[in-house]
Every structure is written in structure tokens, then in C-alpha cells.
Design a protein around this ligand. Structure first.
Ligand SMILES: Nc1ncnc2c1ncn2[C@@H]1O[C@H](COP(=O)(O)OP(=O)(O)OP(=O)(O)O)[C@@H](O)[C@H]1O
Length: 964
């Protein structure tokens, strides 16, 4: 709601409590007018909603609007009856208590429309289930039925409710509507028999005649023409342009079927409607005794006989009384029947309710009868309730907030209520006494009694009691009450006799029988007058309301002509008075114009103080204190409650609001400038991007050309991208041969880079190699040169380090020539297999040692060659020169053949002497003889010598020397 504070000069304030001169009626009207002219028909007084009938369709009742108000804090959106409805609903759901919404205003002010809209709001926004849809439909459809029987066209409203209505909507614990209950008040029975010019009887009569099926009318003995019925033609406007009776009949018929009326019920109901019409057509004439007799006998078959010997006037009077009674009681029956259908049958039993009270407003007619008396008394009671509840709520809030209560001058209308309802001394009691006392009661005797008993009351006047000046305006049969809303003069002439209709108790029509109970004829019981009945029902209504949380909607009729946009000051001023709005405003203001929770206040105005902007991290109350200190509130302008700040004068709030608007504007500008900078940057970025993309495409097309302006950036980009990627994929060690595939234009560079990289890695590797490791590597390089790709087991031998302790002086595995077939295995202390023969390498020669005794010395200088097979056996043959002293070539079997051969070669410096042979080799046995050695693979490794001296070396899958 604060959102529109700034527009207050044009559209007025949304809450009357913000009016500077809150006691000025003119200021009140002015605000209402401003808003009405802007189609803002709703204004608050605190939590009370004032509504002015727009007399045109406004776009504010859509489902979107409903959703907008759903669950939103009351003051955050413009005033609306949805806000009232939603607030009541939300509080009900959260606090699990009962509520009522009191809608009042004079005829045509928009009460019924408001209550229907609230019902629709609940129908749309409340949770429901498929089962509960039925309840929802019944709640909505009870309206057309009640309106058909209880509404009529009047001069003031084409669809005027002629009864007061209180409807409870029952909700289950989940907040779903599960049922309803209706109470009706004071149906205007007089309308059944009499209508003023320009007005009609209740809608149902015209609907039945206009829309009723031919058979039905025939059965009821009715003609379609309303002009034929005396009760329908007095207002001379049976047909009205704005009302479509035929269509409404269809709606009502459909509604009847939804709200559980049986065909029998309808038969009886329409029977009664028709009876009333027939009754109205009965005419009397005088017989010779001066008694009334029925003139036109045809109608009588529809009603019971009139037996009393009455004169003609009284006979007409009695006829009308019967018609009114039948209709009135049938209406009550109808309401009860609807209640049966609305009763909660599906939901949980213990739920909560929201009551909608749509009740006639204060009425002042040219001639005010008993009906107006009741209506105005009702308004007096409701006004009292409103003032009391508002005051109570205000006081409670002050107490809760720890703020001192300041007494407010206001008019308490309890004194008028007492005048009407006090036991024994009140007007109703006096009326009862007059009606029920033996002997003839007259209007004048009643008036005299009043003068006697309440004559000295400040709010009661009769002609006799009045002063000279006012005497003229009061008739002898009148009394005047000074209501809170103004003076009303009532005519004391009326129907004070109690009518009892024995004959109706025996009717064949079920509804009539239900309505007129025989027990009522019990003469021992003191019957209640209509006034007392009304008083009692009003008392129980007040009791119902007192137990609930209130919300109020006050409806105002802007003009008498149902004209949109016309704001009749005089008419509205009256209503503002009748509705007690000034009084309510006075109570509501109670010293402080505005109050808000600290959190809300701080959220809105925090930008006004550097300490609270943009964020306040402490408690909201302290934030507000800092804020108002910074703005400069004077001590008399505000009070700080427990949870709310109270601001005494609207001008203080407006000044704050204006400051906030300026601030908002400034704050709004910063983002605007910033947005400009960003937009310019964005545009630049886009232009730049377009150029880049264009260049890229050009570069791609020309990428294979030598560097030129067209491709230079593309190539650089590709280079850059490739190099950046290569950086993450560079080989980390000399053995890693992977290299990132270059784009074609970078192949040459990539190759160079790869070489550099490898060189670098190698250098790095070499620098990190120890002398021992270097020797190893040199040895391994020799091994590789000799054996790589030639002999089985080489690959596996690479990772096996050569040991310094082997073969420098001693320890090689030797196999005696004679024992190839069964080698004897021994282990020396170095863990090597030792046989009978050892090979010892020294700097200048190799010794074949047998049992530690030198057996054969081979000089490196004379060594002719070294042979091994390509298989994984451990046989090595050292070819020595043909020398007599020597026995022949040395054949050895050793475990570390790669190491042994390598070291031997290196010592002898004769790498090229080694031969790796396939299949077989020839060797010299000595003394000029030669032998052959065959290498083969078999299921078992062994070495054997054939008879012809040929040696065969069989190796298993595994190499002989592989120990691990
Ligand atoms: N919010 C509204 N928007 C548009 N038209 C409205 C609105 N409220 C009322 N009206 C118009 O005013 C007419 C009278 O309204 P409504 O019947 O609600 O008055 P009422 O106060 O219930 O009168 P009564 O006391 O005679 O029953 C409606 O038929 C409708 O044409």
C-alpha cells in the first residue's frame, strides 16, 4: 500500500487514517471522491474496507487479481475486498480461529456483489478436492435460489436483497471449504402483498410465470401473464429491461437440482408460490349482514376457507396476512432446506468458519414502519459491535506493544440499543406488553405507553414530548428515535395482533405443514411477537459475531441513478454518517495515524540512512531507531512499541515517503548510468567480435599461404593454441615418445620442437646419471649392440642390472663339458650357481677354472670368437686358436649369459667377435677335431651328447638363465 503513497495528491490516500484532518468529513469525502474518479473504489480505514459502487464492470475481479492477492500481506497491495477475504482466511488458517466479514451499506451500495465476490475468491483460491467441488458448487448455487425468493426489483436496486443474510463458510483443518450454513433475517414480507410504484414482488413469481414449463403452469392453474395477478401489478413494472426472468428461471431450476431439492419439494414449493398469487386475486364483497363473502369463487379452491365473520376490509387484511405468513415461513423453510444441502458431509468435523454477513444498512424512508425500526435497530447493534470490537482491538494492540492508551472521544451508541432492547423498559418490551395484554391494543395506547416509560430518554421524542420547533415534523401517531446515524421518525400504526392460522397446520402441502406447527396453537404458551423474535435472533447473531475475529466492508452508493462515475456528495455524506465511518476513523486513529512492523518499515525506508543501507545486520527495531534518528523524527511524532513503530501524524510519514521517493529516484539513476556504460561496452564488444570472426574466416581460407596480412593473425592464433596445448602434453621422460599431432601448417615447427625436446630430455637425463649407472649403461649399450633383436631373453635382461661383484675376478656359471646331461648345481656365497668349472675374467685374459685350479687360460689377444645360439639357453662357446697346448674351444653354460658375454667383450675389446647363431654351430674339440652343437626346443631342457659326439641343447620355453 505504501507503493501508492506518492500519488496521494491525485488518487488520495489508500487509508483514511493517513488523512491529515481525520475528523473532517469534508476531507473524508474529498479523498473518497478523488479515488472514485480514478476508478479506485476501495479505501481502507485501518483494516476496514470502504467500497463505493462503481456501477460498471471493473477489471479487478479476474482470476489473475485473485492470485495476486492470495497470501500477500494486507498492506502490500492496493485496497481490495480480496485483501480482506485473504487476510481473514490466512489468519484463520494460521491461528485456527473463526472469522466474520460484515458487509453493510444501504440498498444498492453493493453488499450482495461484494459477498458473492468473496465467495468466488474462496472458491477459486482455496485448496479443494474433487469431492469438495460439490460443496463449492452448492455454496455458489445457493445464491441464485435465495435471490429468487428473497430479492426483488426496487427503485434503488434491480436486484435488491429483501432479507438479511449471514452465511458461514466452513473450512477443514487444511483450509478447504467443506460446508456452509445460512441464517436469514427479517424477510420483507410486506412486499408479497404490496409494492411501491416502480418496484416488483420477489423475483420468483415473475420467473415462474415467464420461464415455467407449460405443464407446470397448467398444473398450478397459472397463466403466463403477470398482469393477471393482483400481487404482481401494483408497482406497474412486471417487465423490467435489466432482468431476464426466463433465463433466471433456468438458472434457478438448475441450482435446485444441484442443492438437493426433490421433485416433490419443488412441487410443494411452486404450489405455495402459485397459492400466494391466487390468494392475491381473491376479492370480497359484503353480504346482507355486512360480512365479507368471496366474490370470485374460482380461486378459492387453491386455498383453505376463510371462516371468520369479518368485514370486507378485515377480510382483505386477513387474506394478505395469510399470504405474507405463508411466504415468510416458506422462505425460512427454504433456507433450512439449503442448509441441509450445505451441511458438511465430507470434511472433518472440527473446522473453522468465516461468516459473511450481508445485512441491510440504515434505512430512512418517507414513512418508516416496523420493518425500518427493526433494520435500524439491527444497524445500531452492529455499529455498537464494530465500535466495541475496534476499540478493544486497538487497546489490546497498544497493550501488547507496551504503548500507553490515550482515551479517545467517540460516541457510544449503547444508550440507543438499550432504549430499544432493555428488558421491561425498552421499546420492544413495551410493544410486547401492548400486543399480549388482554383487551384491545391500539397504536395510540402503545404510543402512550412509550411516552410513559421512555419519555425522558434523550434519544426518544414524540409530538407530545417535542419542543415547539420539532413538534411540527412529528405526527400524532409517530415516535422519533435519535439514532447514531441520525433521526428517524417511525409510524406507530401497524400490525400488532398475533395471527394464528389453524387451517394451515392441516395443509396437504408438506412445506406449509412444516411451517405452521400445531404446537404454536397451544394457548398456554405466551407467544413471541415478531419484534421479540427479531430481537432474539439479533442477540444470537451478535453472540455469534462476538466469538469471531471481525473484518468489515462498508458499501456506499454513489448516486440514486445507478450511474457510473457520478459522485453525489450529499448522498454520500449521509452514508458516511450512517455507516459510522467518521466514528470508526476516530477510534482507529486513536492517537497514531500509522503503525508498521519494524521489519516492514525498515525494508521500505532503509535507504534513507547510511547505517541501514544497503543492509542492516542487527535487530530491526534498532535499525528503525537509527533510521528515524537520522531522518530527524521528533519525540512527539512517534512511539516505539515492542514490534511496531507508531507514527502520530500522517505528515511525518508523508515526509519520510517523499524523501524515500527522491532517494529511490537517485538510486534508480545509478543503475541507469551503469546500464548505459554496460550497453556501450556490449556494443563495442560485438563490433570487435564481428571483426575477429571475419578475420578468422579470412585467415582460415588463406592458412596454407606463406605468412601474409590475410592469414598472419590466424596462423599466430593457431600457433598460440597449438603451443598452449602442447605445453600440457610435452613428453616428461626420454622413453616417452608421444608427441601432439600438429596442424598441417605447423608440421615443420613441430618436428623441430620435438627434436629439441628430446635432446633436452636426454641432456637432462644424462646429467642425472651417476658414474655407476653410467658404467651400467655403457655395458647395457654393448649388450644391446650384440644381442638386440638376435637372442631370446634379451628384452627381459634389459631391466636386470649387471652386478659389480660378478665376473670381475670370478664367479660365472660353468658347466663341465662332460656333465651337460646332469649338471651338478651348487651355490657359491654370492648366490650364483657353481659347477665344477668356473670362468674367471681378468684384465688380460679369461681363465676356465676347474675346482679352483687353473685349467685353461684364454688370452684375449688370441680369442677368435664367441658364439651363442639365438635361443634362450645359457650356452656360450669361446673359440680359441688351434694351439697344441690347448684342448679346444671352451663351451660354457652360464646363467647370466648377456652379462658374461658383454663383460668378456668389453675386456677383450672385441665386440664384433660375437656371433649369435641359429640352429647349430661348429666348434673345435681339440687336436684338430671338430664337433657340432645343435640348438632346439623341447618339452624338457637338457643337454646330451650323441654317440657321434654331437651335442644337442634342448631348451624349454623358459630360458635356462632366467631364475626369476
Ligand atoms: N463491485 C461492483 N462492480 C460493478 N458493479 C457493482 C459492484 N457492486 C455493485 N454493483 C452494481 O450495483 C448493483 C447493486 O448491488 P448489490 O445488489 O450488491 O447491492 P446491495 O447493497 O446488496 O443492495 P440491497 O441491499 O438492495 O440488496 C449490482 O446489481 C451491480 O449492478
Amino acid at each position: 500500500m505504501e507503493g501508492a503513497l506518492i500519488a496521494r495528491d491525485r488518487v488520495g490516500v489508500q487509508d483514511f487514517v493517513l488523512l491529515d484532518s481525520h475528523t473532517s468529513e469534508a476531507a473524508f469525502l474529498n479523498n473518497l471522491r478523488k479515488r472514485y474518479q480514478e476508478n479506485l473504489i476501495y479505501t481502507y480505514i485501518g483494516t476496514l474496507l470502504v467500497s463505493v459502487n462503481p456501477y460498471k464492470e471493473l477489471d479487478i475481479y479476474t482470476v489473475t487479481q485473485m492470485q495476486l492477492y492470495r497470501g500477500v500481506n494486507f498492506f502490500e497491495l492496493p485496497p481490495h475486498l480480496y485483501a480482506i477475504a485473504d487476510n481473514a482466511y490466512r489468519v484463520m488458517c494460521s491461528e485456527y480461529n473463526n472469522h466474520f466479514i460484515l458487509i453493510s451499506g444501504e440498498s444498492g451500495a453493493g453488499k450482495t456483489e461484494a459477498s458473492k465476490k468473496i465467495l468466488q475468491y474462496y472458491a477459486v483460491t482455496c485448496p479443494t478436492t474433487e469431492q469438495l467441488q460439490v460443496v463449492r458448487d452448492r455454496l455458489l448455487l445457493s445464491n441464485p435460489v435465495l435471490e429468487a425468493f428473497g430479492n426483488a426489483k426496487t427503485l434503488r436496486n434491480d436486484n435488491s436483497s429483501r432479507f438479511g443474510k449471514y452465511m458461514d463458510i466452513q473450512f477443514d483443518f487444511k483450509g478447504a471449504p467443506v460446508g456452509g450454513h445460512i441464517l436469514s433475517y427479517l424477510i420483507e414480507k410486506s412486499r408479497v402483498v404490496h409494492q411501491n410504484h416502480g418496484e416488483r414482488n420477489f423475483h420468483i413469481f415473475y420467473q415462474l410465470l415467464e420461464g415455467g414449463e407449460k405443464d407446470l403452469l397448467c398444473w398450478l392453474g397459472l397463466e403466463r401473464n403477470p398482469q393477471k395477478y393482483a400481487y404482481l401489478v401494483q408497482g406497474r413494472c412486471a417487465k423490467v429491461f435489466s432482468i431476464n426472468d426466463k433465463n433466471d428461471w433456468k438458472i434457478v431450476r438448475k441450482a435446485f437440482s444441484i442443492i438437493d431439492f426433490t421433485e416433490k419439494d419443488l412441487e410443494h414449493l411452486f404450489g405455495i408460490v402459485a397459492s400466494v398469487l391466487h390468494l392475491g386475486n381473491i376479492q370480497f364483497e359484503e353480504d346482507s349482514n355486512g360480512h365479507a363473502i368471496i366474490r370470485n369463487g374460482t380461486q378459492i379452491k387453491w386455498i383453505s376457507k376463510v371462516l371468520s365473520p369479518l368485514n370486507v376490509d378485515l377480510a382483505f387484511y386477513a387474506r394478505d396476512a395469510v399470504a405474507k405468513a405463508i411466504y415468510g415461513r416458506t422462505f425460512t423453510w427454504l433456507v433450512n432446506k439449503i442448509n441441509g444441502s450445505l451441511a458438511n458431509k465430507v470434511g472433518s468435523l472440527s473446522g473453522t468458519v468465516i461468516g459473511l454477513l450481508d445485512i441491510y444498512g440504515f434505512e430512512v424512508l418517507d414513512t418508516n414502519s416496523f420493518e425500518q425500526f427493526c433494520i435500524n435497530y439491527c444497524n445500531e447493534k452492529l455499529q455498537q459491535l464494530l465500535i466495541e470490537m475496534t476499540l478493544k482491538a486497538e487497546q489490546e494492540e497498544y497493550e501488547m506493544e507496551g504503548i500507553e492508551w490515550e482515551p479517545i472521544p467517540y460516541f457510544n451508541n449503547k444508550i440507543i440499543c438499550d432504549l430499544v432492547e432493555q428488558k421491561h423498559k425498552g421499546i420492544i418490551s413495551i410493544l410486547d406488553e401492548e400486543c399480549l395484554r388482554p383487551g384491545e391494543a391500539t397504536d395510540l395506547s402503545f404510543l402512550e405507553k412509550l411516552e410513559e416509560k421512555v419519555g425522558d430518554h434523550a434519544h426518544f421524542v414524540t409530538r407530545k414530548l417535542a419542543d415547539q420547533k420539532t413538534r411540527k415534523s412529528i405526527d400524532w401517531v409517530d415516535f422519533r428515535l435519535l439514532h447514531y446515524a441520525g433521526e428517524v421518525t417511525y409510524c406507530a400504526v401497524g400490525d400488532f395482533s398475533l395471527m394464528v392460522f389453524q387451517v394451515l397446520c392441516n395443509s396437504k402441502n408438506g412445506i406449509v405443514r412444516d411451517c405452521f406447527l400445531l404446537s404454536e396453537l397451544d394457548s398456554r404458551r405466551r407467544p413471541e411477537t415478531v419484534a421479540t423474535q427479531f430481537k432474539n435472533s439479533l442477540m444470537s447473531l451478535i453472540e455469534i459475531l462476538m466469538s469471531k475475529e471481525p473484518s468489515y466492508i462498508r458499501c456506499i452508493k454513489p448516486n440514486e441513478n445507478k450511474e457510473p462515475g457520478k459522485f453525489d456528495d450529499c448522498l454520500i455524506r449521509h452514508q458516511v454518517k450512517y455507516l459510522g465511518l467518521m466514528e470508526h476513523l476516530r477510534v482507529r486513529r486513536a492517537g497514531f495515524a500509522y503503525r508498521r512492523k519494524y521489519e516492514h518499515f525498515l525494508r521500505r525506508y532503509k535507504s534513507l540512512c547510511p547505517a541501514t543501507w544497503p543492509h542492516w545486520h542487527g535487530p530491526a527495531a534498532e535499525g528503525v531507531e537509527r533510521l528515524i534518528k537520522h531522518i530527524g523524527y521528533k519525540p512527539e511524532e512517534y512511539k516505539l512499541g515492542r514490534t511496531k513503530i507508531f507514527i502520530r501524524f500522517p505528515k511525518t510519514l508523508f515526509a519520510t515517503e517523499d524523501a524515500f521517493e527522491i532517494r529511490k529516484h537517485l538510486l534508480g539513476m545509478i543503475p541507469a548510468c551503469w546500464r548505459g556504460v554496460l550497453a556501450r561496452k556490449e556494443a563495442k564488444k560485438r563490433t570487435w567480435a564481428v571483426q575477429i570472426i571475419r578475420k578468422f574466416i579470412q585467415g582460415f581460407i588463406n592458412r596454407k599461404k606463406p605468412l601474409c596480412p590475410e592469414n598472419v593473425e590466424f596462423v599466430r592464433l593457431v600457433q598460440y593454441k597449438y603451443l598452449m596445448k602442447l605445453r600440457d602434453h610435452i613428453p616428461r621422460n626420454v622413453l616417452d615418445k608421444s608427441w601432439l599431432q600438429p596442424p598441417s601448417i605447423l608440421e615443420e615447427i613441430s618436428e623441430m620442437l620435438q627434436k629439441m625436446c628430446i635432446r633436452n630430455l636426454v641432456r637432462k637425463y644424462c646429467r642425472g646419471v651417476t658414474p655407476e649407472r653410467k658404467v651400467q649403461l655403457q655395458q647395457k649399450a654393448v649388450t644391446s649392440a650384440i644381442f638386440r633383436g638376435k637372442k631370446e631373453g634379451y628384452q627381459q635382461s634389459i631391466n636386470l642390472p649387471f652386478a659389480d661383484t660378478r665376473l670381475s675376478e670370478e664367479v660365472l656359471i660353468l658347466a663341465p663339458y662332460s656333465q651337460y646331461a646332469t649338471p651338478v648345481v651348487k651355490y657359491d656365497r654370492n648366490g650364483f650357481k657353481a659347477r665344477e668349472r668356473l670362468l674367471v675374467l681378468t684384465q688380460s685374459s679369461a681363465y676356465v677354472v676347474e675346482m679352483a685350479k687353473i685349467k685353461q687360460k684364454i688370452d684375449y689377444a688370441t680369442l677368435k670368437g664367441i658364439s651363442t645360439s639365438n635361443l634362450g639357453d645359457g650356452i656360450v662357446v669361446m673359440h680359441v686358436p688351434e694351439d697344441n697346448k690347448q684342448k679346444g674351444d671352451v663351451i660354457l653354460q652360464c646363467e647370466h649369459i648377456f652379462e658374461m658375454v658383454t663383460k668378456l667383450c668389453m675386456l677383450a675389446n672385441k665386440q664384433n667377435l660375437v656371433k649369435v647363431v641359429k640352429g647349430s654351430l661348429r666348434f673345435r674339440i681339440g687336436s684338430g677335431k671338430e664337433g657340432t652343437m645343435v640348438f632346439t626346443v623341447g618339452p624338457e631342457p637338457h643337454v646330451f651328447k650323441a654317440k657321434d659326439g654331437q651335442l644337442t641343447v634342448v631348451r624349454l620355453k623358459l630360458c635356462l638363465h632366467s631364475r626369476s
